[in-house]
Design a protein around this ligand. Structure first.
Ligand code: FE2
Length: 669
C-alpha cells in the first residue's frame, strides 16, 4: 500500500470555488492510480483554500509524471466553474512535487497537469510524456490561431470576442465586472451633466474643467494649468505620455528652412542655431509619416491632419523649448514657419496641430501597435509554440496573462471602426495606414531601449527621466532574464536544438514582422546571448514600455486641449488671422471632448487584481533556482523604486510611470 498526499489549492478569485465533484488520477513511471474522488468531511474547494487529501495505491507509481483532474456535476446545478491554482503531491518517499494549473476548469474538460522541473522538449525521456507533449502542442496550435486584422499589420488571435477565449487566458470575473462598471460610471456621470452627445462648441476653455469634477490627479490638474506654456510643452516630449517623438538634430532637414534670424531671439544670447546644433542642444519632432494619409470625413468634408516639423532647443536652464514649427512637409508661402514670437493664438494653434499628430501617433503606433499588438504576437506565438512545462513558458506566461483578453475586447470598444479612436482626425482607416507605415519601418533595434536612445541621440539630454528609469529597468530585466536563461541553457547548442524556442521566434518573425528581413528581427536563435536580449526586449515592452505610454493617459489627455486627437478646422496658412474663437472652433465639440476624456479615464484606471511587475503570485516553477532568481529580481525592482521615489522628491513634476510597483506584469489595460 502506498499513500500519496495531495494539497489542492483553489484560487482566491471571485467565484473560484466549486460544489462539483473533483476526481484525480495520478500517472507514474510504474503505473497509474484509480480515478479517485477528492472528498473530505465538510466543504471542499472553497475560494482561497487548500484542502489536503490522501490517495492510496497498491504499489508505488514510481516517478510521478502527470495528474489528471476531472470535474463532474454536483446534483442538477448548472455549470459551476472551478479555478484550480495548483496541486502539490507528496509521494510515499516524502518528495513533494508541484503541479501548477492556474486556470478555470469546466465540466468534461481534459485537464492533465505537468509537474516538477521545467523541461525543454528534447529533455523528455519518458514515452508517456513525449507523447503527451506532442499532443499538447497539436492541441494548442488548433486552440490558438492567427488571423489577419488588416493587410500590412501584425496578425492577431482568431477569437472574435472575449467570451470565446480559452480558460487559461481569461480575466478574472472581478476585472471584467469592474471594467464594465467604470465604463458605465463614466458614461452616466457625463450624461447627467448633459455633456455626452452635445454637438455644441465650448464657450470657453475653462468650461472644460467641469468634465471631471469627480476625478482628478495631481498631474491632470498640473496639465490643466500649464498646458499652454512652452517649457511644459517641451518637457512632454521627454517625460510625457509619448517620449518616443524626438531625436537630436545636427542638421536641418532641407524641407524645413528655419533661418538664424527666425530663432535667434530664443537662443542663448550671442549663440546661433548652427552652434547649438553642434553642441547637441537642438532636437526635432518630424511627423513625416503622417504625410499624405487621408483624414476621415466630418460633416461631409475631409478633416485636416498635418505632417509637421517642430524644432526644440535645450536652453541653459535645461528646459526644452519649442522654437519653430512648420505644419506641412513642403515649405511654401501658405505653410509659414510659426515662432514663439507670433501672436499667442497662432503659436498655440501651431503647437496644437503638432500635438494632434503626436497624440494619434502615440495612441495608434506607440501604444497600440508597438506594445499591445506586438505583445499579442509574442504571446500568441508562445501559446502555440511552448509546452506549459517549458522553462521559457513559465518565465513568459505571467507577462502575457491578460494581453489577449484586453486586446480582443479593445479592438471592438476602442480601436474598432466604431470605437473611440475612430473619432480621431485620421479615423479608423487613417490610423490603420499610420500603423502599417510604422510597422514596415519598425526595427528590432528600435524596440531595444538602449539602442533606441542612442539612435535618437538622446544619451545625454538632461532631465530625461523616461530614459534614466527605463535604462535601469532594462538592466534589471536583463540580469534576471540572463540568470534564468543561462540556468536552463548551459550552451548555445541547447538553444539551437530547442524546436519549441525556434518555432516561437519563427512565428514572431512571420506573423509579427511579416517576414521583413530589413527589420533586423531574428528569424531563429543561435546563441544564449540572443535569447537573453530578445526576452529582455519582450518583458520590457510589456511592462515598462507599456506603462510609460499607457499609465499617464488620464494625466495628460483628460485635459483634451493638451493632446487633441481630433481637430475640426484647417491649420492656419497665414499669420495673424486667429483668435481664441478659432481655437474653440478647432477643438473637438463638447460631446467629442467628453468621449475622449472618458476613454482615457478608463484606460488609466487601476484595477483591484492588478499584478505589479516582478510579483509572480502564481507558483509555476518547482525547482528552487528560478524562485531565488525571482526574489533577487524583486529586490532589484524595489531598490529602483526607492531610488525613483527619492529622485522624485526633488522634482517639480515627479516622473512615476516607470516606478516598478506602478507597472503591471502584463499588458492588462
Ligand atoms: Fe494599454
Amino acid at each position: 500500500m502506498a499513500e500519496y498526499k495531495l494539497e489542492v489549492t483553489t484560487g482566491d478569485l471571485k467565484y473560484a470555488g466549486t460544489w462539483d465533484h473533483i476526481y484525480v488520477t495520478l500517472f507514474g513511471t510504474e503505473g497509474q492510480s484509480k480515478r479517485t474522488e477528492l472528498d473530505n468531511f465538510g466543504t471542499d474547494f472553497a475560494t482561497g483554500t487548500t484542502g489536503t487529501y490522501t490517495l492510496s495505491t497498491n504499489l508505488s507509481l514510481g516517478k510521478l509524471l502527470l495528474v489528471k483532474v476531472e470535474k463532474d456535476p454536483f446534483s442538477y446545478i448548472p455549470e459551476d466553474e472551478w479555478y484550480l491554482s495548483k496541486i502539490v503531491v507528496t509521494t510515499p518517499d516524502g518528495e513533494a512535487m508541484l503541479f501548477p494549473c492556474y486556470r478555470w476548469i469546466s465540466r468534461g474538460e481534459l485537464v492533465e497537469l505537468r509537474g516538477g522541473r521545467a523541461l525543454k522538449g528534447f529533455e523528455e525521456d519518458h514515452p508517456l510524456l513525449i507523447d503527451h507533449r506532442e499532443k499538447e502542442l497539436i492541441l494548442k496550435k488548433s486552440f490558438y490561431q492567427w488571423k489577419i486584422l488588416a493587410e500590412g499589420l501584425s496578425h492577431i488571435n482568431h477569437f472574435n470576442n472575449v467570451l470565446e477565449l480559452p480558460a487559461e487566458i481569461r480575466f478574472s470575473q472581478s476585472k471584467s465586472t469592474e471594467i464594465d462598471y467604470v465604463k458605465m460610471k463614466t458614461g452616466i456621470e457625463l450624461k447627467l451633466k448633459g455633456l455626452l452627445g452635445s454637438v455644441e462648441k465650448w464657450e470657453s476653455i475653462d468650461d472644460m474643467k467641469k468634465i471631471f469634477w469627480w476625478k482628478k490627479t495631481t498631474m491632470s490638474e498640473y496639465v490643466t494649468e500649464h498646458w499652454k506654456e512652452d517649457d511644459f510643452y517641451g518637457y512632454q516630449f521627454l517625460n510625457g505620455i509619448n517620449p518616443m517623438g524626438i531625436k537630436r538634430c545636427s542638421e536641418l532637414p532641407p524641407n524645413f528652412p528655419v533661418t538664424e534670424e527666425m530663432v535667434k531671439p530664443f537662443l542663448e544670447e550671442g549663440s546661433s542655431l548652427q552652434e547649438e546644433m553642434k553642441k547637441g542642444n537642438i532636437f526635432l519632432s518630424d511627423q513625416k509619416k503622417m504625410d499624405g494619409i487621408a483624414p476621415r470625413a466630418y460633416d461631409g468634408k475631409p478633416l485636416h491632419v498635418t505632417a509637421g516639423l517642430c524644432l526644440l532647443y535645450m536652453n541653459p536652464e535645461n528646459k526644452l523649448m519649442p522654437i519653430a514649427i512648420q505644419l506641412h512637409q513642403q515649405p511654401s508661402e501658405q505653410n509659414p514657419i510659426f515662432l514663439p514670437s507670433d501672436s499667442e493664438t497662432d503659436w498655440l494653434l501651431a503647437k496644437m496641430f503638432i500635438k494632434n499628430a503626436d497624440s494619434m501617433d502615440h495612441e495608434s503606433v506607440q501604444h497600440l501597435m508597438k506594445t499591445h499588438f506586438l505583445a499579442e504576437v509574442y504571446a500568441l506565438a508562445a501559446l502555440r509554440s511552448f509546452s506549459v512545462i517549458h522553462p521559457l513558458y513559465k518565465l513568459l506566461f505571467p507577462h502575457f496573462q491578460s494581453t489577449l483578453y484586453i486586446n480582443t475586447g479593445g479592438r471592438i470598444s476602442l480601436f474598432g471602426p466604431g470605437g473611440a479612436l475612430s473619432l480621431s482626425s485620421l479615423g479608423y482607416d487613417g490610423l490603420t495606414e499610420l500603423m502599417r507605415r510604422n510597422l514596415s519601418e519598425t526595427t528590432y533595434s528600435s524596440l531595444c531601449l538602449p539602442e533606441d536612445i542612442t539612435a535618437r541621440g538622446l544619451e545625454s539630454i538632461p532631465n530625461f527621466y523616461y530614459r534614466d528609469d527605463g535604462l535601469k529597468l532594462w538592466n534589471i530585466i536583463t540580469s534576471f532574464v540572463k540568470a534564468v536563461v543561462e540556468y536552463y541553457y548551459p550552451s548555445d547548442s541547447e538553444v539551437c536544438k530547442d524546436t519549441e524556442l525556434q518555432n516561437w521566434i519563427s512565428e514572431i518573425f512571420t506573423y509579427g514582422f511579416l517576414g521583413n528581413k530589413a527589420s533586423g528581427f531574428p528569424v531563429g536563435f543561435h546563441t544564449v546571448k540572443e535569447v537573453i536580449k530578445f526576452i529582455t526586449m519582450v518583458i520590457f515592452t510589456v511592462t515598462g514600455q507599456h506603462a510609460a505610454v499607457n499609465n499617464g493617459q488620464f494625466d495628460y489627455f483628460s485635459w483634451v486641449p493638451n493632446g487633441p486627437i481630433l481637430l475640426r478646422k484647417p491649420p492656419p496658412t497665414t499669420k495673424g488671422q486667429t483668435s481664441m474663437e478659432t481655437i474653440l472652433e478647432t477643438l473637438p465639440n463638447v460631446g467629442e471632448t467628453v468621449k475622449f476624456a472618458a476613454m482615457v479615464c478608463l484606460l488609466s484606471e487601476t484595477y483591484s487584481d492588478m499584478v505589479p511587475m516582478g510579483t509572480y503570485p502564481e507558483e509555476r516553477f518547482h525547482e528552487p533556482a528560478p524562485k531565488k532568481m525571482i526574489k533577487e529580481f524583486q529586490a532589484e525592482l524595489s531598490n529602483l523604486s526607492e531610488a525613483i521615489s527619492t529622485r522624485n522628491l526633488q522634482l517639480e513634476i515627479p516622473y512615476i510611470y516607470l516606478d516598478p510597483p506602478l507597472i503591471e506584469n502584463s499588458i492588462a489595460i
